[in-house]
Design a protein around this ligand. Sequence first.
Ligand SMILES: CC(C)(COP(=O)(O)OP(=O)(O)OC[C@H]1O[C@@H](n2cnc3c(N)ncnc32)[C@H](O)[C@@H]1OP(=O)(O)O)[C@@H](O)C(=O)NCCC(=O)NCCS
Length: 339
Amino acid sequence: MLTVAEVDPFDERAFGDWYDALRAGAAADREAPVISTLEALTFSLRNPGERLRRLAVAATQNGETVGAMLFELPLVDDLSNVMVEIDVPPAHRRKGVATALWAWAAERAAAEQRSIFQTEINIPSGFDLHSWPGAAFATKLGFASENTEDHFVTPLPFDPATISLLKANTSALASYRLISWAGQCPEEHLQKYADLHTAMNQDVPTGGLSREASAWDAERVRTNDARLVENYLPLVTMAQTLEGEPAGYTLMYVQLGDRANVLQDDTLVMRDHRGHNLGTHLKLANLDQLAVHHDSPGWIHTWTAESNGPMQKVNARFGFRVVEQMHEFELTSPATAGH
Ligand SMILES: CC(C)(COP(=O)(O)OP(=O)(O)OC[C@H]1O[C@@H](n2cnc3c(N)ncnc32)[C@H](O)[C@@H]1OP(=O)(O)O)[C@@H](O)C(=O)NCCC(=O)NCCS
């Protein structure tokens, strides 16, 4: 019999089986998947933060874990939303495992009075919304793709010839100062870094997704960084005008448990400061930091909306190529909407 139940993150064996199923389902048929490490998920679920409740849910049959779901409830913003990730290893597909996990999610969301479901689905180049299992499954449930970003990779170590060429061809930075750090944000930069995060949330395209642009303050940066450094080394470069006004930043994560996959996360240049090659300068300075802190072979991953012309151009200059499309799907459940 197929049963679906929450997994205790302190039960090492059950949680390990849950993670193995999640990973096998999420990685199948993808060239360059990015999947949170077991260490990162163990830490996160054993030490819940104040902003997000995360539950591990497993589908089991005859003592074997045949499917995994990560079920997430935002606790501060987006209080009508639920994020789900459902992964079924290829050997157990098309037997109703994901449908059973989804039924658990729908029931729990209704109990929590939440009606908006979101999920990320990565579609490798060569597949589309009809031929990729995740998209076919989500579409059958009534989800629609509301936002799309290209997922790019470039190999590590980074090609030194590309860096030299970019440095030689990018005009010098006259009216800005770059400040870089590795690890937690230094106290003296907390407020400016928080303001840049707030601007990023307001600026980043989210298509038709129901998502609030939440604000950051110094305390949120401090708390967030303190959790992050348990499993990631953040590498940050921030740009300021000579008068000290924040102009932009870029952020990369080295995953401590998976050094082969480095994540190029946010890059923002504030509207008033665009057109001065700041995006390229920020990324070059952060790659210099990466060279100091990381020497394993692997990939740098980054995600950019197709419509984001300037960032697409910067990515191309740095030698990134597209491996898949990351779709953010959403469904508003008529059963619970309006409660
Ligand atoms: C998507 C996924 C979770 C489906 O798991 P599953 O256990 O095979 O799903 P189910 O057996 O419950 O399928 C339910 C329905 O979804 C649709 N579906 C699932 N896989 C499909 C596929 N490969 N092609 C077309 N339709 C598909 C079908 O309508 C299916 O019903 P049917 O088998 O009666 O035709 C699994 O393929 C997977 O782990 N993919 C990678 C992770 C992912 O993309 N997850 C996205 C959801 S959050």
